[in-house]
Design a protein around this ligand. Structure first.
Ligand SMILES: Cc1cc2nc3c(=O)[nH]c(=O)nc-3n(C[C@H](O)[C@H](O)[C@H](O)COP(=O)(O)OP(=O)(O)OC[C@H]3O[C@@H](n4cnc5c(N)ncnc54)[C@H](O)[C@@H]3O)c2cc1C
Length: 307
């Protein structure tokens, strides 16, 4: 029996949605990529555990996607199940007395940022301009303006591929610059954040100031996946790319932003191959001109499965 015939049996929650042959370009900020064999919006922990069991039983690859804002999907798509977390996995609960926030991995960062500012809780003001979800922010240790998401995290809950949940401490999550140890697990389901009490006006003003600064200095109108390269220690990838005269350089439908050199834009139906060719060209030019190797920040999906 084909796994695709068995998969509908694990859909139990009324708001969960399962589709086959779903174009992942619709679910990534790059707007690039082929189809996922299956796309499943999972609404409960029990359903997520069922996906973990299914993955082991049928040996089908599973990829958790957040908002797809740091992801490049291959032109041939993903021959597995792409999972998005909704419902009880996208809940936000606040313990006002402890200034602690329990946040599901499916909660979007702009929603988190706005909700916290409305309560005068400080620590996630920088996340309004980061269009990901909490799960992606934990995996990537997303950050801006000198703050990183891991800074406010006290615990992270993860599921392994037996469906069991484990609570990890801050140290066990192994947060580093745009990296964490969390991708070793089947899925990140949520986290507890510790925020500082402040007043609504100050927190809101800081959040808006960060946002304004971001949209003034980075491209927001065109499809992209945020910074394509990590900054080398003590330097800025954008500055190095600019120094090599690569702003505006184009391969196929992919172009280096003229606003910020560390962004690749999908300006005209770019393929994943266009993006990767442009990435390789930038890496070569920067290495030849500066001696530095740029490492990519964006995660790839669908480049190594059999199709
Ligand atoms: C316009 C724009 C601006 C941006 N600005 C910034 C910025 O200022 N700072 C910054 O750090 N980033 C920035 N980014 C990049 C991106 O928004 C962040 O990396 C964000 O944290 C990714 O979250 P996501 O939910 O979209 O993750 P996705 O792109 O969906 O996934 C990223 C990786 O995490 C994995 N993943 C996601 N959720 C889970 C989960 N629950 N469990 C297990 N694995 C999971 C995916 O499989 C993938 O490997 C920007 C992106 C854009 C498009």
């Amino acid at each position: 029996m084909d796994w695709k015939n068995a998969l509908p049996d694990i859909v139990t929650h009324p708001s969960s949605r399962l589709r086959f042959g779903e174009p992942l370009a619709k679910h990534t900020f790059f707007g690039i990529g082929g189809e996922a064999a299956a796309y499943f919006e999972v609404g409960t922990l029990a359903e997520l555990a069922a996906v973990a069991h299914f993955h082991r039983q049928w040996e089908v690859p599973v990829a958790i996607i957040g908002r797809g804002s740091n992801m490049l999907v291959s032109d041939t798509g993903f021959n597995g199940i792409a999972v998005r977390l909704i419902g009880e996995l996208a809940k936000l609960e606040i313990d006002e007395n402890a200034n602690a926030v329990s946040v599901g991995a499916g909660v979007s960062l702009p929603r988190l940022s706005k909700s916290m500012s409305q309560r005068g809780l400080s620590g996630v003001e920088f996340t309004l301009g980061i269009p990901g979800a909490v799960g992606g922010a934990l995996i990537m240790n997303a950050g801006a303006w000198g703050s990183s998401f891991g800074d406010v995290v006290t615990n992270v809950t993860v599921m392994n591929d037996t469906g069991a949940l484990t609570e990890l401490s801050h140290a066990e999550a192994q947060f580093e610059y745009r990296h964490s140890g969390l991708s070793a697990y089947f899925c990140v389901t949520g986290a507890t954040l510790s925020l500082e009490p402040g007043d609504v006006e100050t927190v809101t003003a800081q959040m808006q100031a960060f946002y304004k600064q971001k949209i003034a200095t980075q491209p927001f109108a065109e499809e992209n996946a945020g910074c394509i390269f990590k900054n080398p220690p003590g330097d800025s990838a954008g500055r190095l790319i600019d120094e090599c005269g690569l702003k505006g350089y184009r391969i196929g439908g992919a172009e280096v932003s003229t606003v910020h050199g560390n962004f690749i834009l999908n300006v005209d139906n770019a393929t994943a191959a266009d993006v990767l060719n442009l990435v390789a060209h930038i890496q070569t030019q920067v290495r030849e001109n500066t001696g530095l190797s740029l490492q990519t920040e964006v995660k790839r999906l669908g480049f190594d499965e059999a199709h």
